[in-house]
Design a protein around this ligand. Structure first.
Ligand code: C2E
Ligand code: CA
Ligand code: CA
Length: 458
C-alpha cells in the first residue's frame, strides 16, 4: 500500500512538473526564451497593481530594430532568427533583478523596470543592442529605436502605458537624430487630439460627413473619360476637407473602415448610376480595405448591396490591394470569382509597389491592374524606368489584364504610356479628384454635341 502511495505521489509530482513546463512554454517566446506578449501583458498589469499599492513607479521601455526587414530579406530568415536570439540574450543581460524582459513579436522587444535614471538605461540599452555581431561571416550592426512611458506620471493603466511608449518609439524612429524618446507634453497633446478625432469619426459616419469624390479615368486611345475612381473625403465641420490619409488608417485601427466603405459605396452608386445609364461613363471604381476583404461574406454582402442600387454589376470595379491577397489567397480567389460571376470587375491597386503583386497576378483571375504612381513618376524621362514599365505593361497584358496608369501628371508621361500600350490613365494631368457636382458637370460638358470636349493627350 505504501508503495502504491509513493507511486501515486511520484506521478502527481510528474504531472505537476509537466503542467509547469507547459505553462512556462505557453508564456515563453521560443526564439529568445524571453516572455512572450501574452505573459508580458499580464505581468505588466500585475506590476502596475503592485506599484499602485505601494506607491512605486514603473517605466516601460519598448524597443524596435531598424532595418530588420531588409536584413531578413537579404540574409535570409534563419539569419534573422539568429540575430533576434542574440538580441534577446543582450536584453536579458541588460535587465536588472526584478525587471521584465519580453519579445512582443517580430523585431519588437520590451523591458519593464523601475523608473530610475531612465535616460542612462535607454542609452545603455541602445549601445548594447547596436553592438555589431557576425552572422554567417558577415558583420551586422542592428540599429534600434527606443520609446519610454512611465507610471504614474504618464499613464494610469497598462493599455495607456503601452500606447504612450509606442507613440514615443514612433517619434524616435521617424524624428531623425535622437534614437530614443520619452512620452511628454507634446505627445500628450497629439494623443488627445487623436482621441478627439476618433470620437468625431465615429459620429461623422452616421452624420453623412464622409462623402465620395470622383477622379476621371481616361481611355488612352480615344482620350475620352470612360470611368471614375471613387475617393473618400471627410467634410469635417471645423477642419474642413480631410483626405483619406488623415482618417483611413485610423478607421482601419478602430474597425470603422467597413462602415466608411459601405457609406461611400452607397452614396457613390446612387450618384453614378444615372451617369452610367446615360452613357456618360462605363466604369465606377471603388476602393476596398483589406480589412473588409477578410470577411468571408464580403463578396456576398457587396453583391447584395449593389443589387439594392441602380448601378449595373458590369459597371462596377472593386479595387483591392496585395496586402489582403497575400494573407489568404484562397479567400481572395473565392471573393474574386464570386464577384466576377456577377459581372463585377476586380482591379489590383498599387501594382508595382510590393513584391507579391506578380504572384497575385499569376494565380488569381484579376482583370485589371492599376500601375502605381511611384512607377509613373519617371516614365518617359528615365529610359530604365520606361523600359521596366513597358515590360510590366507587356506582362500584365499577356495575362489578359487591362492596365490603368495612376498619377499621370504631365504630357510626357501620357504620351509614353500611350505608345507603350497602356489602356487607361488617371491623374492630375487630366483632372484632380472633385466633388460629385463638379464631376457631373465635367462629364456632361464633355458629352455635349457638336464639339465634344475631350481631355487631350498630347
Ligand atoms: P489610391 O487608391 O492609390 O488612390 C489614388 C490616390 O492618388 C488618390 O489620393 C488621388 O487623389 C491621388 N492622385 C490621383 N492622381 C494623382 C496625381 O496625378 N498625382 C498625385 N500625386 N496623386 C494623384 P487620395 O484620394 O488621397 O486617396 C489615398 C488613398 O486612400 C487611396 O489610394 C486609397 O488607397 C485610399 N482610399 C481612398 N478612398 C477610399 C475609400 O473609400 N475606402 C478605402 N478603404 N480606402 C480609400
Ligand atoms: Ca485605388
Ligand atoms: Ca492606387
Amino acid at each position: 500500500m505504501s508503495n502504491r502511495l509513493a507511486e501515486l505521489t511520484a506521478r502527481v509530482a510528474e504531472l505537476e512538473a509537466e503542467r509547469a513546463l507547459t505553462l512556462r512554454l505557453a508564456q515563453t517566446d521560443s526564439l529568445t526564451g524571453l516572455m512572450n506578449r501574452g505573459a508580458f501583458t499580464s505581468g505588466l498589469c500585475e506590476r502596475l497593481e503592485e506599484a499602485r499599492a505601494h506607491g512605486g513607479s514603473v517605466a516601460l521601455i519598448v524597443i524596435d530594430l531598424d532595418r530588420f526587414k531588409t536584413l531578413n530579406d537579404t540574409l535570409g530568415h534563419h539569419a534573422g532568427d539568429l540575430l533576434l536570439a542574440e538580441l534577446g540574450q543582450r536584453l536579458r543581460e541588460e535587465a536588472k533583478p526584478g525587471d521584465m524582459a519580453a519579445r512582443l513579436g517580430g523585431d519588437e522587444f520590451a523591458l519593464v523596470t523601475d523608473d530610475v535614471e531612465i535616460a542612462g538605461r535607454a542609452e545603455r540599452l541602445l549601445a548594447g543592442l547596436s553592438q555589431p555581431q557576425t552572422i554567417y561571416g558577415r558583420t551586422v550592426s542592428p540599429g534600434a529605436s527606443v520609446g519610454v512611458a512611465r507610471f504614474p506620471r504618464d499613464a494610469q493603466d497598462a493599455a495607456d502605458l503601452q500606447r504612450y511608449a509606442d507613440m514615443a518609439l514612433y517619434r524616435a524612429k521617424t524624428g531623425g537624430g535622437r534614437r530614443w524618446s520619452a512620452f511628454d507634453a507634446e505627445l500628450r497633446q497629439a494623443s488627445e487630439q487623436r482621441r478627439t478625432l476618433e470620437a468625431e469619426l465615429r459620429r461623422a459616419i452616421p452624420a453623412g460627413e464622409i462623402v465620395p469624390w470622383f477622379q476621371p479615368i481616361i481611355d488612352t486611345m480615344t482620350s475620352r473619360m470612360v470611368g471614375v475612381e471613387v475617393l473618400a473625403r471627410w467634410n469635417h465641420p471645423e477642419q474642413g476637407l480631410l483626405s483619406p490619409a488623415a482618417f483611413v488608417p485610423m478607421a482601419e485601427e478602430l474597425g470603422l473602415i467597413r462602415s466608411i466603405d459601405e457609406a461611400v459605396f452607397e452614396a457613390a452608386c446612387a450618384r453614378t448610376a444615372p451617369w452610367v445609364a446615360e452613357g456618360l461613363i462605363e466604369v465606377v471604381s471603388c476602393n476596398v480595405s483589406p480589412r473588409d476583404l477578410m470577411d468571408p461574406a464580403f463578396s456576398r454582402k457587396l453583391i447584395k448591396r449593389l443589387s439594392a442600387t441602380a448601378l449595373p454589376a458590369t459597371a462596377l470595379t472593386v479595387e483591392i490591394t496585395e496586402t489582403f491577397l497575400l494573407q489568404d489567397m484562397g479567400l481572395a480567389r473565392r471573393h474574386i470569382e464570386r464577384l466576377a460571376a456577377t459581372g463585377i470587375n476586380v482591379a489590383l491597386d498599387d501594382f508595382g509597389t510590393g513584391y507579391s503583386n506578380l504572384r497575385a497576378l499569376m494565380h488569381l483571375p484579376i482583370q485589371t491592374v492599376k500601375l502605381d504612381r511611384s512607377l509613373i513618376d519617371d516614365v518617359g524621362r528615365d529610359p530604365r524606368v520606361s523600359k521596366l514599365v513597358a515590360a510590366m505593361l507587356h506582362a500584365a497584358r499577356s495575362l489578359g489584364a487591362r492596365i490603368v496608369a495612376e498619377g499621370v501628371e504631365d504630357e510626357g508621361q501620357a504620351l509614353f504610356l500611350r505608345s507603350a500600350g497602356c489602356d487607361r490613365m488617371q491623374g492630375y494631368f487630366f483632372a484632380r479628384p472633385m466633388p460629385a457636382d463638379a464631376m457631373e458637370a465635367m462629364l456632361r460638358d464633355a458629352a455635349e454635341p457638336p464639339t465634344p470636349r475631350r481631355v487631350a493627350v498630347g
